[in-house]
Design a protein around this ligand. Structure first.
Ligand code: FES
Ligand code: FES
Length: 173
């Protein structure tokens, strides 16, 4: 099958790769870019283990073609620490502190989805967190600690927000 040139930014790095049009994004990430954080669970858009962020939207990369990402910005779990300045991002810290994982298979998708959820709603209720994560399945934890982990991250991000806002205000001044 003829390959197609794909230009895409993943975790801040620019890539130009020839891919077959039928290549799924999760396979492109895992096999071409060696970013194996996005897991393959169901391959039918149900479990959320393969969730990545594309241009500010959570997307299940097992049912998304790589070529659909032409010109896009993709964030995978490997890029989260970069957003945290090279240390764990608040959502990663939350899962660590609140024991939000057991086997860890669902965790990359949970983290990337939780990141987007908090970008869109910095102060979610418990019900909003549960609804926001409803496309991501976990067979181990019972979700209780995952919810606590997202609440931890939300508190941390909100606490940091005024400091960064005032820092940028003083730089502007
Ligand atoms: Fe993509 Fe399950 S592997 S949703
Ligand atoms: Fe095992 Fe979620 S921690 S599936």
């Amino acid at each position: 099958m003829a390959k197609q040139l794909l230009t895409v930014t993943v975790n801040g790095r620019h890539h130009e790769k020839a891919v077959e049009p039928r290549t799924l994004l999760v396979h492109f990430l895992r096999e071409e870019l060696r970013l194996t954080g996005a897991h393959i669970g169901c391959e039918t858009s149900h479990c959320g283990a393969c969730t990545v962020d594309i241009d500010g939207r959570s997307v299940k990369s097992c049912t998304h073609l790589a070529v659909q990402c032409e010109g896009s910005e993709v964030l995978t779990v490997e890029g989260l620490a970069g957003l945290g300045g090279g240390v764990l991002h608040a959502v990663q810290e939350g899962f660590y502190q609140e024991h939000g994982l057991q086997c860890g298979f669902c965790t990359p998708g949970m983290l990337v989805r939780a990141y987007r959820l908090l970008q869109d709603n910095p102060d979610p209720s418990e019900a909003e967190i549960r609804a926001g994560l409803s496309g991501n399945l976990c067979r181990c934890t019972g979700y209780q600690n995952i919810v606590k982990a997202v609440q931890y991250a939300a508190r941390k991000l909100r606490a940091a927000a005024p400091a960064s806002a005032s820092a940028s205000a003083s730089v502007t001044a």
